[in-house]
Design a protein around this ligand. Structure first.
Ligand code: PRX
Length: 692
């Protein structure tokens, strides 16, 4: 049965303080839900037509008041009275964004004490699920706060002060959000490095951020694979020392003694006494670590993301603006209901999704979240649904890659488990393909869950475009609408705005509080990367299409970045790792489509005259990429070629390489008259491996 719902016309300000949020799914669902949609999904209904677009209009026309009203729901020690200030046009002066400049607050306080004071101390903050089934625990908001205070004491005992950077290299264990919040509590800046990164990648990030302390653990298991975290961290510390950027202090948690080991390992992490976290806790018992009240524009964290020139970019997010949009977008996109929800964001805290929608967003909204250490494939592909059923998960945030990997297995792996509470399934990271959407909608959601795609970036901090269930029809590939407060535009190749339906480069016209403020230590690169390409606009680096209903479809990167399983990788970084091999003259890497991962790297390499490619050289090259960047960046195919297609000015024509990687022999290669030597094309095809 189709339902049409009405929202009582309340003023914007009054709505923000009502007990049922006016933009909650309950209040908003007005488009035709799926055919046999039942009442399970949304518990509270308001009659009335959809008002998402009307509220959107208010949010962008009166952005200052809109965002300040949202911030009024959070705790500030002092409010300066200022709102959103910005300049996106570097020709008119310095590019900057500020929100509530001069106000004073603390994000960890808002995540913990604020909820505890309002009576939620005994509410579960995290339900932790280990890699091995049966390893599980829970922590309440009060217990979480106690752990955060304890961690903050340890950091202080190591000399960490407001403004210092602390690198966190940890798996998905409760100590990771604890460490993030401990930094936030004392005004330190966390820089989380994904636990899948190699020692070199870790060292690069620790050096660039100038981290004073590095926090890690002995090791952990990803499925049956043992990851020796401490050993990797030790190697990274050595690299930093050699580069004259020594880390002052290493803290190592003992995680392995608390979990079931799925496979035998003889490895024992070497933890020196001064690195042992438990000893440090004992030594720091009497250290005072109160909440540090910080400025609205003080940095909260740095998070590294791939840059198209190779070196990773340290994206900086600050306090009040990030907190306000994390809180708000969690609430609106996921219809956050502190009393009813069990929410699970499957992303690792090493990525922005884990930061905003695994830690800050849910805690600011007082939600109970699942935190999962393992992978969806272990012990088999039913693991996700077993966890959903066990904890009665009501909101799930996942990725197209995870969905595609699960849908290749029997449906019973899903349908054997209880999904009766599940009502919103969010996706992020890559374009959502129709097959994956259909599987989520029909098999997982049994046509009664809202499937909400969300498009955003590390740099944007929070959602930019969403298929909000109240306003976007529940149909496959129906595109996304701009999130409240976000003004997107499409530009043509001349930088002119595309009017109405069409396609172009996706840019954002106005600032929003939660966007990045700079790149750590490199303001110039910040301006050059995001604002110089189209003065007056924030450049996303993505292309998109737009239809007559203002729905957007993001089509992918327009720069030299690729998206592997939802993770951005730089082609330049992979190329330089490959070319480090002395047998290689030149390497060119392109992204090629993959059924599960979305895209994978495909490498073309040239060698000195007379030299031939051997399995050993190929193995060495793969090992170098794994060691320098991480396993995720290892090319699926490494193809030898006598030459690369280049223009007369020496620029590699990647569009031709892409066609070869895709195996499209009959494809139109576009204009090849600019090539210095077009015989290369035939050579590329003749050297294409049979099994590529
Ligand atoms: O290309 C877009 C793609 O992922 C990029 C951002 O990657 P990252 O900073 O690692 O953050 C990922 C999680 C927010 C974007 O520039 N992307 C992200 N979400 C989508 C997407 N592409 C299409 N559809 C999405 N929903």
């Amino acid at each position: 049965m189709l339902r049409c719902l009405r929202v009582a016309p309340l003023s914007l300000r009054a709505n923000l303080h009502s007990s049922v949020h006016p933009w909650s799914a309950a209040a908003q669902r007005a488009v035709a839900p799926p055919e046999d949609f039942n009442d399970r999904a949304f518990k509270e209904y308001f009659p009335g037509p959809c008002n998402y677009r009307q509220q959107y209009n208010e949010s962008v026309h009166n952005g200052d008041e809109f965002w300040t009203n949202v911030a009024n729901e959070l705790h500030f020690r002092r409010r300066s009275g200022k709102g959103l200030e910005y300049n996106f046009d570097h020709r008119k002066g310095e590019v900057f964004v500020k929100f509530m400049d001069g106000s004073i607050t603390n994000v960890a306080y808002n995540c913990l004490e604020k909820n505890i004071i309002s009576g939620m101390g005994n509410k579960v903050a995290y339900k932790w699920e280990g890699n091995v089934k049966g390893d599980a625990c829970e922590i309440t908001y009060s217990e979480l706060r106690d752990k955060v205070v304890e961690f903050a004491r340890v950091l202080k005992s190591r000399g960490v002060k407001k403004g210092d950077v602390v690198a966190l290299y940890l798996p998905m264990i409760i100590d990771l959000p604890v460490a993030m919040l401990a930094c936030a509590r004392i005004g330190a800046i966390h820089s989380v490095v994904f636990a899948g990164f190699s020692s070199n990648a870790l060292a690069e990030r620790v050096k660039q951020a100038g981290a004073k302390v590095l926090v890690t653990c002995d090791g952990f298991y990803r499925a049956e694979k043992y990851i020796p975290m401490k050993q990797i961290a030790d190697d990274a510390v050595k690299v930093c020392e050699d580069a004259k950027h020594p880390v002052e202090s290493v803290l190592c948690l003992e995680h392995l003694k608390t979990v079931t080991r799925p496979s035998h390992t003889t490895d024992k992490a070497l933890i020196r006494d001064e690195e042992n976290f438990e000893f440090a806790v004992n030594d720091a018992k009497d250290v005072f670590a109160p909440v540090e009240w910080v400025q609205a524009e003080d940095p909260l964290f740095i998070l590294y993301t791939s840059g198209s020139t190779g070196a990773p970019k340290g994206v900086v997010h600050t306090t009040a603006g990030y907190m306000t949009t994390a809180y708000y977008s969690q609430k609106v996109t996921f219809d956050a209901q502190a009393n009813n929800d069990v929410y699970w964001c499957m992303a690792d805290c090493g990525w922005i999704t884990g930061h905003t929608y695994g830690v800050y967003g849910p805690l600011l909204n007082g939600m109970t979240s699942v935190l999962f250490e393992g992978v969806p494939s272990y012990p088999d592909y039913s693991r996700t649904w077993e966890i959903v059923g066990k904890h009665k998960v009501s909101k799930l945030y996942t990725s197209p890659t995870a969905v595609r990997s699960m849908m290749a297995h029997p449906e019973e792996m899903v349908t054997n488990y209880d999904r009766s509470q599940l009502n919103i399934i969010g996706t992020v990271g890559e374009p959502m393909n129709p097959c994956a959407w259909k599987w989520l909608h029909e098999v997982v959601g049994e046509r009664s869950c809202a499937i909400v795609d969300t498009y955003w970036q590390t740099e944007t901090g929070t959602h930019l475009l969403t298929a909000h269930h109240s306003a976007v029809p529940q149909e496959s590939s129906c595109g996304n609408l701009p999130f409240h407060g976000i003004v997107p535009a499409l530009l043509d190749e001349n930088g002119k705005k595309v009017k109405g339906p069409g396609s172009g480069t996706l840019v954002i016209e106005k600032a929003w509080p939660g966007m990045m403020r700079t790149l750590w230590g490199d303001y110039e690169r910040f301006v050059n990367t995001y604002f110089a390409p189209f003065p007056g606009y924030y450049f996303t680096g993505d292309g998109a299409k737009r239809d007559a209903e203002n729905h957007y479809w993001v089509t992918g990167r327009v720069d030299d970045l690729m998206n592997v399983s939802g993770h951005l990788l730089s082609t330049a970084e992979i190329e330089s790792a490959l070319a480090a091999n002395p047998n290689i003259v030149e390497a060119a890497v392109v992204a090629t489509p993959h059924d599960v991962k979305g895209q994978v790297p495909y490498a073309f390499i040239t060698m000195p005259e007379g030299q031939v490619m051997t399995p050993e050289i190929e193995k060495e090259m793969r090992a170098t990429v794994r060691q320098r960047i991480g396993a995720i960046a290892v090319p699926d195919v490494i193809q030898f070629t006598p030459g690369l297609p280049k223009t007369r000015s020496g620029k590699i024509v990647r569009r031709i390489l892409r066609k070869v990687a895709e195996g499209e022999r009959n494809a139109d290669l576009g204009d090849i008259t600019t090539l210095a030597d077009d015989t290369v094309i035939a050579e590329l095809w003749s050297h294409r491996p049979e099994n590529a």
